[in-house]
Ligand binder design. Structure first.
Ligand code: ZN
Length: 306
């Protein structure tokens, strides 16, 4: 991807700090609560033991739990009060951070334009860069859960070390794969602004687990579709895509499909527990968004089959 000279977004909080260890309290939290949209999912993990595939330490939907109560019970919260004065990012971390800010700026340009065409105003989300652990309005986040969007504070939480995890553990490296990840989370923000996230969240709270999972899949595939829509418009505006870029995003979408992750983690697949869609579905919806560039073509809630 060609980004030379492109602006960096100002809608960024840099909360990166020295980690220093000692933060192991996630097991008791059970994951993020509330209205969140993350990148991928998995089930059946020890959640907190650190054993097994690290990416499967997962965000589960905690129905009916006020995320703020999770914050209040966080025994480790004091360790988060430390400032970032002793934190010195590596050159690689800084280049990832600059990249993330440029991609966020691009999503602002693209979605402002698309919203304007719909007669609406786009309100950009904030990107919160963090390391190791972070308090959010949706509960505690750790690097292990991967990037996610919290609708309660309209922030995208990203530990840039996740990009290295994508390359080394998920077989999903490449700059445009990382851009897709950010664009997917921005896709959840678009869902928030359009009312989709709240509507589906209400439906999920009233549903059985299997139905809620299916709604989650449709929500996630729409975020993939919106990431594709962004890629389409980004390239139209800036001619930034290079050969292989779309393939990097498609490969990433495929590598984080529920079926692929479950096969790697447990050797078998449980379709009822899918929350993000299969590899083929994620690949197809991103690609569809990229080809059409039109958000009207992304009604995953009425698409059968997906
Ligand atoms: Zn998501």
């Amino acid at each position: 991807m060609q980004l030379q000279g492109r602006r960096e977004s100002q809608n960024v909080e840099d909360n990166r700090r020295s980690t220093g260890g000692g933060f192991g309290g996630f097991g008791g939290f059970g994951g993020l609560g509330g209205n969140t949209g993350n990148l991928f999912s998995g089930r059946g993990c020890g959640c907190g033991s650190g054993v097994g595939v690290i990416i499967l330490v997962i965000v589960l939907w905690i129905m009916g739990v006020n995320p703020l109560t999770l914050l209040d019970t966080g025994g480790d919260s004091l360790s988060l009060q430390q400032g970032n004065s002793d934190y010195t990012p590596t050159a690689e971390e800084d280049s990832y951070a600059a990249f993330a800010k440029q991609i966020l700026a691009s999503t602002e340009d693209v979605w402002t334009d698309i919203f304007r065409q719909m007669g609406k105003t786009y309100r950009p989300p904030t990107l919160s860069l963090y390391t190791s652990a972070e308090r959010t309005a949706c509960g505690m986040a750790s690097a292990d859960v991967g990037p996610f969007y919290c609708s309660a504070d309209e922030k995208i939480y990203l530990d840039v070390s996740f990009f290295n995890q994508m390359a080394s553990q998920l077989h999903a490296g490449g700059d445009f794969a990382y851009a897709y990840v950010i664009a997917h989370e921005v896709g959840h923000h678009v869902q928030k602004l359009l009312g989709t996230l709240d509507r589906v969240d209400t439906q999920m709270a009233r549903s059985t687990e299997n139905v809620a999972n299916e709604l989650s899949v449709r929500l996630e595939l729409q975020a993939d579709f919106y990431a594709g829509v962004w890629a389409n418009h980004e390239n139209k505006m800036y001619q930034s895509l290079e050969p292989g870029d779309i393939e990097e995003a498609l490969n990433a979408a495929s590598q984080i499909g529920d079926d692929t992750l479950q096969k790697q983690a447990q050797g078998y697949v449980q379709p009822d527990s899918f929350t993000h869609g299969t590899s083929a579905q994620r690949y197809n919806w991103f690609y569809k968004g990229y080809k059409t560039g039109n958000i009207a073509d992304g009604d995953t809630f009425n698409a059968n089959p997906l």
